[in-house]
Design a protein around this ligand. Structure first.
Ligand code: CTP
Length: 213
């Protein structure tokens, strides 16, 4: 299969020095890209700024902002069979990016922000027979919140996790996730290494793809 995996955070500049971002380290997305490549799928890894070593045998495109990530994803939709959005896309960006450093004497205590594009929602009309997988990073009401995302984003699978739990979420090597499928089924997985979670996700994708033929 031709698989796009997005990973890491995006960074939204405020001026040449400062940015808004989040705690994603890219580990889950990189593990997914690695497992896909090891299983001989063709992988396009679209990554925000991270400091981990990229997997072998993937095409790597580094991006900075949500808009750049959107453009990279959009361009490759016709090529792909599967899109896995593991990236933690920043939901907001600065209304104005200052061309020079903002001096604190001129700064107020309010940042003016505007919403970023929702990449999954934006590529939803082009889904066709492609398999779309999203993630949901939550801190409470995990299942309900993930169910909302499953519907709103029109994906086949949402991989939800509680990022406040020990050994789960940002920066850890392990994750405890729940799979929510478009047909309403829910599957809770035990705490596992992120590479094992990646294996479970790819197992399901391979099954789906096989069934579709
Ligand atoms: N996502 C996306 N574009 C965005 C934000 C998120 O495509 N602008 C994708 C993520 O890659 C992930 C899924 O949508 O696969 C859910 O992301 P998450 O950050 O959990 O949710 P949000 O849609 O940002 O909603 P909220 O912040 O309200 O929980």
């Amino acid at each position: 299969m031709n698989i796009i995996v997005t990973a890491g955070p995006t960074r939204e500049p405020l001026d040449p020095i400062r940015f808004i971002s989040n705690r994603s380290t890219g580990k889950m997305g990189y593990a997914l890209a690695d497992v896909c490549a090891r299983r001989n799928h063709k992988v396009l890894l679209i990554s925000g700024p991270v400091s981990i070593v990229p997997p072998r045998n993937v095409r790597l495109v580094m991006v900075e902002t949500a808009d750049e990530m959107f453009n990279a994803v959009r361009k490759s939709i016709p090529w792909c069979d599967v899109l896995v959005m593991a990236a933690a896309v920043s939901d907001f960006k600065a209304k104005y990016i200052h061309p020079g450093k903002m001096k604190k004497r001129d700064m107020r205590d309010i940042l003016h922000l505007k919403r970023n594009v929702d990449i999954l929602k934006a590529v939803r009309p082009r889904k066709g027979k492609r398999i779309y997988v999203g993630f949901a990073a939550e801190t409470s009401n995990i299942i309900q919140e993930a169910q909302k995302k499953l519907k709103e984003k029109g994906v086949d699978l949402i991989v939800a996790n509680d990022v406040t739990m020990k050994n789960s979420g940002f920066g850890t090597d392990t994750n405890r996730v729940v799979f929510l499928f478009a047909n309403g089924c829910i599957k809770k997985l035990p705490l596992m290494r992120k590479t094992q979670v990646a294996g479970k996700i790819i197992d399901w994708i391979e099954d789906q793809h096989g069934n579709d033929k």
